[in-house]
Design a protein around this ligand. Sequence first.
Ligand SMILES: [Zn+2]
Length: 302
Amino acid sequence: MKLPSIMRVFERGWLSSNNILFLGREQTALVDSGYLTHAPQTVALVSHALQGRPLDLLVNTHLHSDHCGGNATLQRTFSCRTLIPAAEADKVRAWDEDALSYKATGQQCERFGFDGTIAPGDTLTLGDLHWQALAAPGHDPHSLILYCPEERILISADALWENGFGVVFPELAGEPGFAEVRATLELIAGLDVKLVIPGHGAPFTDVDKALATAFSRIDYFEADPVRNAQNAIKVLLKFLLLERQDIPLPQVEPLLSGLPLVHETNRRYLNKSVAELAEWAVAQLVRAGAAEVACDRLMNKN
Ligand SMILES: [Zn+2]
């Protein structure tokens, strides 16, 4: 399935979300900006594709660090207008790093501002196409997904990937998330979609298969929430490793114990000592082929 000619998808590694660029007749726009440490690469990709045109608009599906970490750099480079989910406006205005998840996860995000907000039900023009903003709580309570009925394309952020969806973060703090994931998947199942552009991984067309995988994954988590907690610890360690590429083994324990979200998840679901938790998480990443141990270091493996 070919993308409309005015759209480009930059498929990034897992540390950065994908970026979706729109080259409309009147306006250019970008959805999601990747992680802070990849911001120069994001600017290079966007500048190259813009071929001298300005970037007019930047839109974030949600404000996890891998989706908005390039915002500040893009704003400096292009002076673009920026739209964020309305529910996050106060937190961004005050730059409340606790409420914005960056402290809890130990992830970096440079402070950025915004010019306007998007709420579920709004219609946005990106390039020359009209996109509906839809609420997609679950992975993140305030995430939006963007649907273009005319082209039957869905920008699904971390609500639906080809092989699952993002960590159900609210549940880690004892707040509801599983029912929201399910409702979001049902919302997507009710849309007429021929192409999904996920927040991570390649765009895909077999929407039914992705939905079936996602529904079975949420069943699996709901049956035992410890599974979501275990997955979260692995994902958080993998993120640290993606950013650093390798971590001396003795530093894994202090790194993990320094993350409030790890502490909370462990206290609520896992009840391991920090040493046990670190050892368990390292073994899990190695077993999954996501890391290897050599010379007393944990090394990233893709
Ligand atoms: Zn996310």
